[in-house]
Write a protein that binds this ligand. Structure first.
Ligand code: SAH
Length: 204
């Protein structure tokens, strides 16, 4: 599937309705979701892979992965309201939603993808996500983090023996979707981390 078609299909997956600020419920912009899965495909991480989407929301990343060639996607999200929306959007793609906390998920996958809370509302809300991702990935991890969290992600990478494939700087568009947003459209500095997991640990 070409990028433009992928973006179109991802745009059709609704974002969170009445998003909860405390859980940092923001939908990934379709272009950024498409670029993530296309990079995974180019690196050979996606075709036929088992994929885990942590903090899946309505499933934009997981659905993008299935559209781009994943064999199976498990999407884990704590808010049942969003899971309901995601299940509607999946249609016949191989994406299965699970309501739960990422810290309780124990099944390994090949590739782990995530747009977790950035920890802007609740300090360190991003941490359990990076811990879970690096524990569960057999092949690779792709996830977004605030630029301010660089040192934290680097330290998790070092501790787990993973390797940084690339860090993609992103101007993340923030729309005024929540009551505490005053200004109109602004951006915030984010990185996409593409990490190769330490296969030697036999996490699968
Ligand atoms: N991945 C989606 C949504 C990102 S917003 C997308 O790309 O569009 C982050 C999501 O993480 C929210 O939907 C929030 O409800 C969920 N979340 C926050 N803490 C969580 C936890 N501990 N376990 C599972 N999901 C969580």
């Amino acid at each position: 599937m070409r990028r433009a078609e992928l973006v179109r299909r991802i745009s059709a997956v609704p974002g969170p309705i009445r998003p909860r600020a405390d859980l940092e419920q923001y939908a990934t912009p379709p272009e950024l979701a498409a670029d993530l899965v296309l990079a995974a495909r180019a690196d050979g991480w996606l075709e036929g892979a088992r994929v885990l989407d942590l903090g899946a929301g309505t499933g934009r990343l997981g659905i993008a992965a299935a559209l781009a060639g994943a064999a199976r996607v498990d999407a884990v999200e704590i808010d049942a309201r969003l899971v309901e929306i995601g299940r509607e959007a999946v249609r016949d793609l191989p994406v299965e939603f699970h309501v739960g906390d990422v810290s309780d998920w124990n099944e390994g996958s090949d590739l782990v993808i995530m747009n977790p809370p950035f920890g802007a509302q609740r300090r360190h809300a991003d941490r359990p996500f990076w811990t879970a991702a690096l524990r569960l990935a057999g092949t690779a991890v792709q996830g977004f983090a605030l630029r301010a969290s660089r040192e934290f992600v680097e330290s998790r990478v070092r501790e787990t023996g993973a390797r940084i494939e690339r860090v993609v700087p992103i101007e993340w568009p923030l729309e005024a979707t929540m009551p505490h947003h005053r200004r109109g459209r602004t951006t915030t500095e984010v990185d996409r981390w593409d990490l190769v997991a330490d296969r030697g640990r036999g996490s699968r």
